[in-house]
Write a protein that binds this ligand. Structure first.
Ligand SMILES: [Zn+2]
Length: 186
């Protein structure tokens, strides 16, 4: 991870060097990293850092940007794909994961994907994904002051309503109740 000069930053910002190779940059504020081709707005100069590689960014505990779809790149599955998929979900639960993409990447049908995963772990991949997201959301709720909708988005839910419904089903309480347990004076 390294800082760059204002001149270099402005070159990137103004897309002056169109033939530049793909590079990775991060936002020190959000700790999210992107590929140079990302459509999102560039971080401010004071928050901008460059990485040598995707691995470098991950090693610094930066999260891949959802928009860049970084997690899709180079993810290959072997015969142990069920275990690998579980690890993938544990690691990238906040990413936009869907059966369509997974079945293509793994090279099995959606039907086989679900049935096979379920026979191994007694839970479907999507339900496992939701479970991981909810457990994570619960942890964040207990440990900080982020707003509940922010947390829902951060762990990967696209719909706030779906988050609330799933949360209540899993923990038998609404997220605001969890927060009150953590901090009863509120
Ligand atoms: Zn991005």
């Amino acid at each position: 991870m390294k800082k760059i000069s204002t001149i270099e930053y402005n070159k990137i910002k103004n897309k002056e060097d169109l033939n530049a190779e793909t590079f990775y940059f991060g936002n020190t504020n959000t700790e999210i990293f992107c590929m140079s081709t990302c459509d999102l707005r560039l971080p401010q100069e004071k928050n901008f850092v460059l990485f040598d590689s995707k691995e470098d960014a991950l090693a610094e505990k930066y999260k891949p940007c959802k928009k860049c779809q970084l997690t899709k790149i180079g993810n290959s599955y072997t015969k142990q794909w069920r275990e690998e998929l579980k690890v993938y979900i544990d690691k990238y639960y906040y990413y936009d994961i869907n059966l369509e993409d997974l079945s293509k990447q793994i090279g099995v049908s959606k039907f086989h994907l679900v049935r096979s995963f379920k026979s191994k772990f007694s839970i479907s991949p999507i339900n496992y994904l939701i479970k991981v997201r909810l457990v994570k959301a619960n942890e964040i709720l207990m440990s900080g002051d982020k707003s509940i909708s922010e947390i829902a988005y951060e762990v990967g839910f696209k719909s706030y309503h779906h988050f609330l419904k799933s949360y209540k089903k899993r923990f038998n309480e609404i997220p605001t109740a969890t927060r009150k347990i953590k901090d009863p004076k509120d």
